[in-house]
Ligand binder design. Structure first.
Ligand code: C5P
Length: 220
C-alpha cells in the first residue's frame, strides 16, 4: 500500500483536527497539527515580547526557536518544553492569526512541514495544506461547519479543559480568526480546487471518520 499524504483544511474549530487525529490512528499514519506550530511560535513571541511589526526581530526569533512534537501523544514542544496546554488558551488564540499572517513565520513553518511530511503516510491539518504546503497531496479534504456549531464545540472543549471563558469571547475569536486567515495576502485560507468538501455540522465523530476512511479506501 502506498503511504499517502492527506491534507485537511478548514476554518477554526470545524472538527478538522479531531478528524485528522482519528483518521491517522485508523490508518497508522502520523499526524501533524500545523495550527499548533503557529500557536507555539505565537507563545514564543509573546513571552519574548517581540514586536511583530519588526520583521528583523521576528526573523531573529524564528532562528532561536525550535518546534517539535512529542511522539507519544503529539504534544507540541517549544525548544523542548511541552506547551500543549498553554497554546490552547485565549491569550495565544487572540494573537495567533496576526502572527500566522507574517511571511517570515510561514516560510519557516512550511519548510519544516514539508520535511516532516516528505515520506508520506501522513495527515496534516491546517489552513494552507492543500493549497501551499502539499499542493500534490493524494487526498485533500476541506471541512466546514455552521458557525454556531463551531462556537459550541470550541466552548465545550475549553470548559471541559477547566478554562474560564465566555461564549461571546469564543465567538469573537473564531470570527476574527476566520476573517484574518481568509483575507491575508500570504497563503489565505481557501478550498483547493481539487479538495473534497465535508460538511461536519450534522455529523458525529464516528460518521466524520467513516467518511474520511471511505475516501481513503476509494483511492486504493
Ligand atoms: O488550527 P488552529 O485553529 O489551532 O490554528 C490556529 C491559527 O494558526 C489559525 O487561526 C491560523 O491563523 C494559523 N494557521 C495557519 N496555517 C495553518 C494552520 C494554522 O495560518 N496551516
Amino acid at each position: 500500500d502506498k503511504r499517502l499524504t492527506i491534507a485537511i483544511d478548514g476554518y477554526s474549530a470545524c472538527g478538522k483536527s479531531t478528524l485528522a487525529r482519528s483518521l491517522a490512528k485508523r490508518l497508522g499514519y502520523s499526524y501533524i497539527d500545523t495550527g499548533a506550530m503557529y500557536r507555539a511560535v505565537t507563545l514564543y513571541l509573546q513571552r519574548k515580547q517581540v514586536d511583530i511589526e519588526n520583521p528583523e526581530a521576528v526573523a531573529a526569533a524564528m532562528r532561536n526557536l525550535r518546534i517539535s512534537f512529542q511522539p507519544a501523544d503529539n504534544h507540541v514542544l517549544l525548544n523542548g518544553e511541552n506547551v500543549e496546554k498553554e497554546i490552547r488558551g485565549l491569550a495565544v488564540s487572540q494573537m495567533v492569526s496576526p502572527v500566522a499572517a507574517l511571511s517570515t513565520v510561514r516560510r519557516a513553518l512550511v519548510d519544516q512541514q514539508r520535511l516532516m511530511g516528505a515520506d508520506g503516510g501522513v495527515i496534516l491539518d491546517g489552513r494552507d495544506i492543500g493549497t501551499v504546503v502539499f499542493p500534490d497531496a493524494d487526498l485533500k479534504l476541506f471541512v466546514v461547519a455552521d458557525l454556531d456549531t463551531r462556537i459550541d464545540r470550541r466552548l465545550n472543549e475549553l470548559l471541559t479543559a477547566g478554562r474560564e471563558v465566555r461564549r461571546d469571547e469564543v465567538a469573537a475569536n473564531l470570527e476574527e480568526r476566520d476573517y484574518i486567515d481568509s483575507h491575508r495576502a500570504d497563503s489565505p485560507l481557501r478550498q483547493a480546487e481539487d479538495a473534497i468538501l465535508l460538511d461536519n455540522t450534522n455529523l458525529n465523530l464516528e460518521q466524520l471518520v467513516e467518511k474520511g476512511v471511505e475516501l481513503v479506501e476509494n483511492l486504493r
